[in-house]
Ligand binder design. Sequence first.
Ligand code: AKG
Length: 176
Amino acid sequence: MVEHEQRVAVLALHPQLIALLARLIGGAPELFQDQALLKPPLIGREKPWHQDNAYFNVPPDTPVVGVWIALDEATPENGCMYVIPGSHREGPVVHFKRRDWQICDTDVAAADAWTVPLQPGGCLIFHGLLHHGTPPSRSPLRRRALQFHYKPAGVAQIAPAQRLAVFGSEGKDVTC
Ligand SMILES: O=C(O)CCC(=O)C(=O)O
């Protein structure tokens, strides 16, 4: 979107945001993914608990930062973010192909979860290893969001097999 829509580029590359991200990342941030996340009314699907780094071919402990911006009011009813504060400090955890590419439900400290309701324009900034997800929506209110992901500029790429050796469950004698 950033390459095609100036209004998105203005947000994703805003100098104040980039300065904040540089402090969090400890170096120059590089935008590498932008997404529109649409949870429709009444039928919006769950995004189960996961760590974003499980999806990215960068060294698993890379300080990737996600920026999730609500475009509509986001509430527990229409599928706002749920996070487990501090869970990024546990490092990478095994993901399973279940309802999605996700952390096993029984491996998540769900009792420690915080909901993150946001007004339109409100923003959640979070580490790529944070355990997070969104519930299904049965609300009549749609929930739209933008999400940008940044990594340290110049960070090495890894092969998918290297990523799965850490985040994948195969060969680890673990069940879900
Ligand atoms: O917006 C959502 O419903 C889920 C977003 C998310 O956690 C992700 O894309 O990694």
